[in-house]
Every structure is written in C-alpha cells, then in structure tokens.
Design a protein around this ligand. Structure first.
Ligand SMILES: C[S@@+](CC[C@H](N)C(=O)[O-])C[C@H]1O[C@@H](n2cnc3c(N)ncnc32)[C@H](O)[C@@H]1O
Length: 307
C-alpha cells in the first residue's frame, strides 16, 4: 500500500526541513510515510520524528512501516494538536515542522475512503471519519444558498448558484449517496470539457467545509510558530490557492518587524519578527516531476525560519 502515494517535492522538502541531524521534527501529515522516511534517512540515532495523521488506513500502514524505528512517535491526531503531541513527548521545541496538505492518492483513489469521483464511491469527504457530517449529508440537508456559498467560497465555482439549485431540486426525488449522483447534475449543467474540473472544485469546496480545513490550517501554523526553536524551519506544501494564501499570510505577518500605520514617527506596536521567509514565491515541482506524478502539478512549498 505504501507505493500508492508518490511523495511530492521530496528532496526539496527534506533539504529545507532538516538542519540538525540529531534534531526533533514534526511531520503533520504522515500519510504513508513518504516524507517521514526521507527525513529519517538524513537523521542520526538521536533524532526524534513525531508524526500525525487522522486517516485510519494511512496511520495503520505507517505504524507498521516504522514499527522498528525507535526515533518515530506516531499519533492519530489532528495536526492542530501539535502542542499536545509535543507535551506528551516532552518536547520543548522543534528543529523542523513539515506539512504536506490535503489528501493522499490512496484516499483519492480508494472508493471506500469517500473522496473518489468513481461512480459508486460514497460521497463522504471526511478526513476524520468521526466527524458528524458527510458530503452526502450536506447535499441532502443544506439549503441552496448555503450550498452555493460553500461552492463559491471554497471552490471558487462560478456556476455555484445553478448547481446548488439543481441539487435541491434533485434530492426531492432521490437522496444523494454516491459520486455519480453529483456527477449527473454537474454533467447536465457543464460543457463536457469542464465536467472534471467542476467536480474537482465542488469536491474541494465540500472537503474544506466539512473538515474546516482553512481554520485548522491557521491554528496549526500559529501553534507551529510558537513551537519552533530559533533556526527551526516551518515548511508547508499546499495544493490550492486558498491554502497557499493562508500559508503566505501567516508567514509574511510573522516576518514583519513592525505593524504601525504608515507614517508613524516612531514604532509603538511592539511587534516582534518571529520568522524569516526562505523561499520567496515558493518552490514548485519540475516538469519532470509533474510528468511522473500528475498530482504534483499544483504543489507549492513555502519555507520560513524561526529567528
Ligand atoms: C498529501 S497526504 C501526505 C502524504 C505523505 N507526505 C506521504 O508522503 O505519504 C496528506 C495526509 O494528511 C492527512 N491530513 C490532512 N489534514 C490533516 C489534519 N488536519 N490532521 C492530521 N492529518 C491530516 C491526510 O489524511 C493525508 O493522509
């Protein structure tokens, strides 16, 4: 199973994250352990890697993969609990914190995981299967304005109102259960060349809403800055503009030395610079990497260092 997710920007992530071979590191999105395994190769016997994932299949597989390595501590926790994991492991600060956001290829391809477009796949989209509402629940209960707002805000879908209205109309006849129920509507309202793109946007929007992904990311980033040692690195791999915007905003804010209004004669804000940006516009995969792994095409890696 570990071969079914190809890690993105693997060498680049590792080069940026690992600065101290005997240090303490956090991989927020363990998945099938692709990045964790690469980090471990560069680390000494004294190093520690704490890693988390909410997905059961990925967690179980990785538990087995790293069971013989005493440097690895795994948690089936949301990464917003980074501070709790650090406490449990008696770690005061990290030399590197890494997150490879979103879902793995396994989650996207395996119909049982509920993220797939495959026709008979359940409309679920919960990263953590203990969350209360699935995608099908939302499609069957929210009103058309709420649905349209979700599609527009989190999927940047221009046709959001029409799609939402059609969903509400259709569910009076048959409830939404599997991906084909949604695909049918999107196909009716979208030119054939855009069906896949529209489905991707709607799935992205529902996934972000269901898992509260943007707020979760913000919380995680803010806690991470508090938990970095001086010189420690925060490296975040994102896959769409909404995630990337938050990563950029938080890093830029933490890199500011002053937030006084322009023209103030002396600085009174007391703002402390906590990060230094290392990657400018961010690092993107090479054409070769994208050719070998199409899912890498939208990835962007941003890295900052604690000052
Ligand atoms: C792109 S995959 C990571 C793949 C991993 N780097 C590898 O090489 O195998 C993202 C993983 O993050 C997990 N994930 C997403 N959001 C999470 C969160 N808030 N807390 C914990 N895990 C999360 C997903 O379940 C998924 O397994």
């Amino acid at each position: 199973m570990s071969l079914i997710h190809t890690p993105v920007l693997l060498k680049e992530s590792c080069e940026y994250v690992i600065t101290n071979p005997s240090g303490t590191y956090f991989d927020a999105t363990l998945g099938f352990g692709g990045h964790t395994a690469e980090f471990l190769q560069k680390l000494s016997a004294q190093a520690i890697v704490i890693a988390s994932d909410v997905d059961e299949a990925a967690f179980t597989e990785s538990q087995e993969r790293f069971s013989g390595d005493s440097r690895v501590r795994l948690y089936r926790f949301n990464f917003t609990k980074i501070d709790i994991m650090a406490k449990l492991e008696m770690v005061d600060g990290f030399d590197g914190i890494f997150a490879d956001l979103g879902v793995s290829s396994y989650q996207l391809d395996e119909p049982e995981e509920g993220f797939s477009f495959k026709l008979n796949a359940k409309l679920d989209l919960r990263l953590d299967k203990t969350l209360p509402s699935t995608a099908a629940d939302l499609l069957n209960t929210l009103d058309d304005t709420e649905l349209a707002d979700i599609f527009f805000k989190y999927g940047e879908e221009r046709n959001s109102r029409k799609i939402a209205a059609k969903i509400v109309e259709k569910r009076k006849i048959k409830k939404f259960v599997v991906a084909s129920d949604l695909a049918e509507i999107v196909t009716q309202l979208t030119p054939p060349n855009y069906v896949r793109k529209t489905m991707t946007r709607i799935f992205q929007a529902l996934r972000i809403y269901i898992n509260d992904e943007l707020e979760t990311l913000r919380q995680f980033l803010n806690k991470s800055v508090n938990l970095l040692k001086p010189g420690g690195r925060l490296a975040i791999l994102s896959y769409h503009s909404l995630e990337d915007r938050i990563v950029k905003e938080v890093m830029k804010y933490e890199a500011l030395t002053c937030i006084c209004p322009p023209g103030f004669p002396i600085c009174t804000c007391g703002k402390q610079q906590r990060l230094k940006m290392l990657t400018g516009k961010g690092i993107t995969p090479s054409q070769d990497e994208i050719t070998g792994n199409y899912r890498a095409r939208s990835a962007k890696l941003r890295v900052a260092e604690r000052v």
